[in-house]
Design a protein around this ligand. Structure first.
Ligand code: SF4
Ligand code: SF4
Length: 487
């Protein structure tokens, strides 16, 4: 007969979901922690402050430095303005971001996860708020195990209140990228903002609070696909946070005592500092794990312990698999510089740089004015009483500058052809027409072209547009002129 305890153990083994073990990361100081602080301050400042930066584009365009203007289908980024037909620039930026991640991962492993991923940055912020209210790791554990009291409830209310405040600010900052920030804030507070603004803030507040405050490391370990993809991008030459077991093992709890007793020990004194500072609660000494976001806080913690013991730093280190094997055999490791600059990373960087340069060149040389012509299909042509043939076109001129521009529309080819624009008439027909196109807009004009030549039945020519200001710029669009049916 089975013992009841055994039955319980078997049932627990069969259970597919392990209960979450709360993680109370201990505060640590060191080189990597300071780097994390720096990146956190820079990324959060960029996120919260950017919508409030102004950029003068003249009277006809918004003065917000970075703006996704959905209503007018434009994307403004400082001096760059992207129109819907130029969406390939956004696609190019996304491709660059993807290749950039490949480059970063193959060079320094999961550094994105450890330092710059929004989940990491906001979780870190929430952890610091928690530490500020509840104290460091031991105080947090004591508080979690303490019975409910007025002090515990007060602390919980303050902590969750601050978390919610950060979450609202995070959701709030996002909507300011999509409209003029000062006006939207005013409308938002007055309750006059569009419903979608309130809905977006609501959803982002809920997700920030849940992911950053409540779920934390579970998002990285169970929800995010990136750790799985990254594993495929890394190789034996990628840097990773590694515990040097050949140096640390066998562990001893009391180094002094072990030395006194003459027991051979490794450098690891099993102090658990590396585990206690880990934001995902893992023990790096068990080997590389998907839960390790490569934040290197365990390196800071262990280096401090090694310093106190008078041992060289780097028992836990940023090191490649190849170098770890070399070092374990007593050979010198390759300088980090050589590990980072290797063919694979150079190829990624070259592709990334080439796309960036091509985009910059294209942006610098793109025309700020263009023309498109659409021919009337019904009727295809009209024969006037004197035998002259008339074709009608709809001409669109796009002015991508934030100021009105005078342009000249001309005919290229069909030397005998003349044209006029509605509401003019045949007597005003010429080879060129001048018009003014409003800033940041597309003009639409109906134009009639006439030709006295009896043939050919179908002839190609182009409409041209030329800006008549100092900046200049031109474009053309090829069309056909019909004099007979069924060609
Ligand atoms: S911090 Fe260093 S010495 Fe302490 S348990 Fe971790 S690896 Fe061992
Ligand atoms: S094991 Fe070290 S590097 Fe990995 S997540 Fe934990 S503290 Fe960060």
């Amino acid at each position: 007969m089975s013992h009841p305890n055994n039955v319980k153990e078997v049932e627990e083994d069969l259970h597919l979901y392990a209960k979450r073990k709360a993680v109370y990361p201990k505060a640590v100081d060191g080189w990597f922690r300071r780097l994390k602080w720096l990146i956190m301050v820079v990324t959060l400042t960029i996120y919260y402050v950017t919508p409030w930066l102004r950029w003068d584009r003249g009277a006809y365009a918004p003065d917000q430095a970075v703006l996704v203007d959905l209503a007018h289908r434009r994307f403004f980024m400082f001096s760059i303005e992207i129109w819907p037909h130029e969406f390939y620039y956004v696609a190019g930026l996304l491709i660059m971001a993807g290749i950039g991640l490949f480059l970063l991962t193959s060079a320094v492993g999961r550094a994105w996860c450890g330092y710059a991923c929004p989940q990491t940055v906001w979780t870190d912020l929430f952890v610091h708020v928690e530490r500020f209210i509840d104290g460091d790791r031991n105080a947090q554990i004591r508080l979690a195990n303490a019975p409910l009291s007025l002090s515990k409830i007060t602390r919980r209310l303050i902590k969750h209140g601050l978390w919610l405040m950060i979450a609202v600010m995070t959701g709030g900052a996002w909507i300011f990228y999509f409209a003029d920030a000062p006006s939207l804030l005013h409308d938002f507070v007055d309750g006059r903002a569009p419903f979608i603004a309130y809905a977006t803030v609501g959803v982002l507040t809920a997700t920030t609070y849940t992911f950053g405050g409540l779920m934390r490391e579970q998002v990285c370990i169970y929800m995010c696909p990136w750790p799985r993809i990254q594993t495929a991008m890394m190789d034996e030459k990628s840097l990773a946070v590694t515990y040097k077991d050949w140096r640390g093992e066998p562990r001893s709890r009391g180094m002094k005592k072990a030395l006194e007793e003459g027991v051979p020990t490794g450098d690891c004194i099993d102090c658990n500092q590396c585990v206690q500072v880990c934001p995902t609660g893992i023990d790096i000494r068990e080997g590389p794990q998907i839960g390790c976001i490569t934040c290197a806080l365990c390196i800071d913690a262990c280096d401090k312990v090694m310093h106190q013991l008078g041992k060289p730093r780097g028992l836990i280190d940023y090191i490649t698999l190849l170098d770890a094997e070399e070092e374990a055999m007593g050979h010198p490791r390759m300088p980090v510089r050589k590990r980072i600059f290797r063919p694979r990373t150079i190829i990624y960087f070259s592709i990334w740089g080439a796309i960036g340069l091509a985009m910059m060149f294209s942006l610098g040389n793109r025309t700020r004015i263009d023309i498109s012509a659409l021919k009337d299909r019904n009727p295809l042509f009209v024969k006037l009483s004197d035998g002259t043939v008339r074709n009608a076109f709809t001409i669109k001129v796009r002015n991508m500058e934030a100021r009105p521009r005078q342009v000249e529309i001309g005919l290229l080819g069909m030397d005998d052809a003349r044209m006029w624009a509605e509401p003019g008439d045949r007597d005003t027909a010429q080879r060129t027409i001048r018009l003014v196109v409003a800033p940041d807009s597309v003009s639409k004009d109906r134009i009639y072209v006439i030709s006295k030549a009896p043939e050919p039945a179908r002839e190609e020519f182009s409409f041209t547009v030329r800006a008549l200001d100092k900046q200049g710029g031109s474009d053309s669009d090829k069309v056909t002129f019909d004099r007979a049916e069924g060609q």
